[in-house]
Design a protein around this ligand. Structure first.
Ligand SMILES: [Ca+2]
Ligand SMILES: [Ca+2]
Ligand SMILES: [Ca+2]
Length: 318
């Protein structure tokens, strides 16, 4: 489904998409260069509506209550269907499926309310609904009843398991910082990765800087690593201590590394990194993760040092 969604959105643009488990690698050529993005597979499921600019994605099949909880964790809410245009776009994008929406009457007073708090004005009930067929029919889904009702609403038992439509009215912050870097030997600072300039938006160049906040006795290289979801991935809870890999100083890995880009650091341990965002609408709302890792040698002793930065979560803007 993800691959099909992406192919459809990219249209005839040259591209490659490889889905490996929960990961997706996108190789895209926008005419000015070739770009590689590694995306969390689930993040590819955010879709931006061209009619109202809001972002939408589906939960796994869940009870209505669990879908509502998942929506909040994603920074949104179960969808409030405000008008016919929104309803039509949702059904064309996510249907045909039974899909939870954010409409409920759990106090059973016959008055339905949106969980988002928006006024209840537009209605799109299937014929004969809401019928309260059992006292438990207190949550509403878009119905997939071929030949009878497609995308209209039915009140239903909230403990049934459907995918839910999550709506987010605004894009999350373009760049968010996650975790903290490791302390630096011979300095009091932390290794930090910051967003310097340029919106991470379609067709734009965006610049990041790794700052070691320390004078380096020998010029060395760092790497910016491009990775996936920093919360938890596979069976490894993140952040992950790098000590098992020979990295001291309680260095932490906040992302699951999928690619590394070498950058040159100056004597003060600073190095910049530019990233071009290809102009593909399908990338809007998707996220990637960056973290800096640095290894350098002390010429006055045989000790080598290493550290890691905070991580950045970058959400691609329109
Ligand atoms: Ca809405
Ligand atoms: Ca009510
Ligand atoms: Ca019903």
């Amino acid at each position: 489904m993800v691959a099909d969604t992406f192919r459809g959105a990219l249209g005839s643009q040259p591209r490659q998409l490889h889905v490996i488990g929960d990961r997706a690698a996108v190789v895209a050529d926008d005419g000015q260069g070739t770009h590689l993005f590694m995306l969390d597979r689930t993040e590819l499921d955010w879709r931006r509506s061209p009619t109202n600019g809001n972002y939408y994605r589906l939960t796994d099949p869940l009870t209505w209550f669990d879908a509502k909880h998942q929506a909040r964790n994603w920074g949104g809410h179960l969808v409030a269907v405000g008008d016919q245009a929104e309803s039509d776009w949702l059904w064309a994008t996510f249907g045909p499926l039974d899909l939870w929406i954010g409409l409920e009457d759990h106090d059973r007073n016959g008055v339905f309310e949106w969980v988002s708090g928006e006024p209840f004005q537009f209605t799109n009930w299937c014929p004969g609904e809401p019928n309260h067929a059992s006292p438990n029919e207190t949550a509403v889904h878009m119905a997939n009843y071929p030949g009878f009702c497609l995308g209209g609403w039915n009140d239903q038992d909230p403990l049934d398991q459907y995918r839910g439509i999550v709506e987010r009215t605004a894009a999350p912050d373009a760049v968010e910082s996650l975790g903290i870097g490791c302390s630096i030997a011979y300095a009091n600072g932390l290794c930090t990765l910051v967003h310097v300039s340029g919106r991470p938006a379609l067709g734009h160049q965006t610049e990041f800087e790794l700052d070691l906040n320390a004078w380096l006795p020998s010029i060395s290289d760092g790497i910016i690593v491009l990775g996936l979801d920093c919360q938890a991935y596979g069976t490894l809870p993140l952040p992950l201590s790098l000590e098992p890999f020979g990295w001291g100083e309680n260095c932490r890995l906040y992302i699951d590394i999928v690619d590394a880009i070498p950058i040159a650091l100056d004597a003060w341990g600073r190095g910049g990194f530019d990233m071009a965002i290809p102009a593909f609408q399908a990338l809007v709302g998707n996220q990637f993760f960056l973290q800096g890792l640095v290894l350098w040698a002390d010429p006055y002793s045989s000790i080598s040092h290493r550290t890691s930065s905070n991580a950045l979560r970058v959400t691609i803007q329109p």
